[in-house]
Design a protein around this ligand. Structure first.
Ligand SMILES: O=C(O)CCC(=O)C(=O)O
Length: 269
């Protein structure tokens, strides 16, 4: 089966309705004009402030295993909600939540809210689907939605996220042979929002520039029955744990509308 045949990349849109129909048709959507220029700049400054802080503190030298599999890794900046109110607010951005709720049915869990910064010379990631750790067969609906805030221009050269068009329709992980197959770059200007449902096969691209970084904030939201990528119970800062929005804490598993994740049978915020 030629997965790529007859499929392509959706056009950038500023309509959430259009983004929802693109998600249904392509498994991905790209949006513009979601953030004001001022808010975008505030978020970008915060991402690079934290990335540089991690380098200074020596916390950036131990790469994420999934980035180091094929060569030089990108830099991850984990646990963004613990690093500033601007990130807590971004987790629950109304456009993001509307799109997440349109794709993922039932109670939600925030799996990660972290940055991935490709560096000049960093290599690509391995091809995967974000629900690839969940047992197969997967069932008829996606388990999650990845909300990717483009902090810098996403281009072929800077290591834009790459995907396999049509792969979400196969509703399974890629085989070892398919992992080496062709992919398409999701190019988008800084400030755009890329939405990708969790069955789409994708990877970080290689950054072949000499001097340009490509930062993205990756917010992955999934059904609450799956273990999140980031262990919020252990890593969330006490400040956010004690005074964060209850809706945010609930997304991180500190409260529950379902029978799961309770304390003495009660939701535990
Ligand atoms: O940063 C990217 O382009 C994609 C990263 C990714 O696929 C992941 O973290 O699972």
């Amino acid at each position: 089966m030629d997965i790529m045949q007859g499929t392509s990349v959706p056009k950038i849109t500023d309509s959430t309705d259009r983004a929802k129909s693109d998600l249904a048709e392509y498994g991905v959507a790209i949006m513009s004009n979601v953030l004001s220029p001022e808010k975008f700049q505030e978020i970008r400054d915060a991402v690079y402030r934290e990335a540089e802080g991690d380098i200074r503190a020596g916390n950036a030298s131990d790469p994420y295993f999934a980035d180091a599999m094929l060569g030089a890794p990108s830099q991850r900046v984990w646990n963004l909600p613990s690093r500033g109110q601007v990130f807590c607010e971004l987790v629950e951005h109304p456009v993001a939540m509307d799109l997440v709720e349109s794709v993922v049915r039932g109670p939600l869990r925030l799996s990660t809210f972290s940055a991935n910064i490709t560096l000049p010379g960093s290599d690509m990631m391995y091809l995967h689907a974000d629900q690839g750790t969940n047992p197969q067969p997967w069932g008829p609906e996606p388990h999650g939605l990845n909300v990717i805030w483009c902090i810098d221009d996403f281009t072929e050269e800077t290591g834009a996220t790459r995907f396999v068009p049509g792969s979400y329709r196969l509703n399974r992980s890629a085989t070892m042979e398919e992992i080496m197959g062709p992919t398409v770059a999701l190019e988008a200007p800084a400030g755009s929002l890329i939405l990708m449902e969790s069955r789409v096969w994708h990877k970080t691209g290689a950054n072949v520039t000499k001097d340009r970084k490509r930062a993205a904030i990756l917010g992955f939201y999934c059904k609450d029955c799956f273990v999140p990528n980031e262990n919020w119970w252990l890593c969330l800062s006490p400040v956010v744990r004690n005074s964060g929005q209850s809706s945010l804490l609930k997304l991180m598993g500190f409260g529950s509308d379902s029978p799961l994740g309770r304390v003495h049978g009660k939701p535990a915020i």
